[in-house]
Design a protein around this ligand. Structure first.
Ligand SMILES: Nc1ncnc2c1ncn2[C@@H]1O[C@H](COP(=O)(O)OP(=O)(O)O)[C@@H](O)[C@H]1O
Ligand SMILES: O=c1ccn([C@@H]2O[C@H](COP(=O)(O)OP(=O)(O)O)[C@@H](O)[C@H]2O)c(=O)[nH]1
Ligand SMILES: [Mg+2]
Length: 242
């Protein structure tokens, strides 16, 4: 059961109490191309070589999605240093809100502790400001949007769609193993919260990947193997940026 690949699931799990009320449940079946199966489409190559995003003034934006523990943060650091991207982690922005003692810090902490999704009003603003304050021409948005409601709010408020979506595809048991040995003292890296996060990921985040897949923007990366092996697949996809 745990060994199943999330991308091949016909998602039927019922909404759990861990699911944010603002994000509704849908059924989805992902049919994504892997990089190995399919080289980047010509329009993707054009976008890469153009440096800026399709709106001219704004940076090239890549959303980086995948389940908890799939290696988003790890791979984003490497993409950032090898390909000149700025790395915006939505989870880190939220944790900064908690540690800097903002008004809503305790509320955000409770949501993260329960594995739920922070309302778009908070995250879209944090992500938007981070993009705006970055001088980089290429930005990775790690771990956002977490649900369709996040996606729609981001696109509406910024008037922008990502140029590219990376999806790290990893079996659940591997993600659980990685999270339980992450050792960063995170309140959500315990088995109870991890189970909730996996449910939220399946029911709310995978539909976002499927949406972008249907728009020809999502690229699936096999996220099993060593960090180096995974980065090799990522590197192939991004190498036209150099
Ligand atoms: N390919 C890999 N194999 C084994 N462990 C990994 C791999 N990639 C990342 N990790 C480790 O797994 C944990 C989760 O990785 P992370 O990048 O934080 O994932 P995410 O941001 O998707 O939750 C970290 O402790 C990281 O060092
Ligand atoms: O756009 C976001 C990003 C993160 N989170 C919350 O922050 C937690 C940790 O997110 P992060 O991306 O750091 O976790 P990862 O998937 O990298 O383990 C998530 O479980 C959510 O509770 C959220 O609500 N919205
Ligand atoms: Mg992360």
């Amino acid at each position: 059961m745990l060994r199943r690949r999330l991308s091949s699931l016909l998602l039927r799990s019922p909404c759990s109490s861990a699911v944010a009320s603002s994000c509704h449940h849908q059924q989805h079946h992902l049919l994504l191309p892997t990089h190995a199966e399919k080289p980047p489409a010509p329009n993707l190559l054009r976008l890469f070589t153009s440096l800026a995003g399709s709106d001219g003034d704004r940076p090239f934006i890549a959303f980086v999605l995948g389940g908890p523990g799939s290696g988003k943060g790890t791979q984003c650091s490497r993409i950032a240093s090898d390909f000149g991207f700025s790395h915006v982690s939505a989870g880190d922005l939220l944790r900064n809100e908690i540690s800097s003692g903002t008004d809503h810090g305790e509320w955000i902490l409770e949501i993260i502790r329960e594995g739920r999704i922070v309302p778009s009003e908070i995250t879209v603003e944090l992500v938007r400001k981070a993009i705006e304050s970055s001088s980089a021409k290429r930005v990775l948005i790690d771990g956002f949007p977490r649900c369709e409601e996040n996606r729609i709010a981001f696109e509406k408020i910024t008037g922008t769609e990502p140029d590219l979506v990376l999806f790290f595809d990893c079996p659940e048991d591997e993600m659980v193993k990685r999270l339980l040995s992450r050792n960063q003292g995170r309140v959500d890296d315990n088995i109870e919260t991890i189970k909730k996060r996996l449910k939220v990921f399946e029911s709310l985040n995978l539909p976002v990947v499927e949406y972008y897949s249907s728009r020809g923007k999502a690229h699936k990366i096999n996220a099993t193997g060593t960090e180096d092996e995974i980065f090799e697949a990522v590197r192939k996809l991004f190498s036209t940026l150099r």
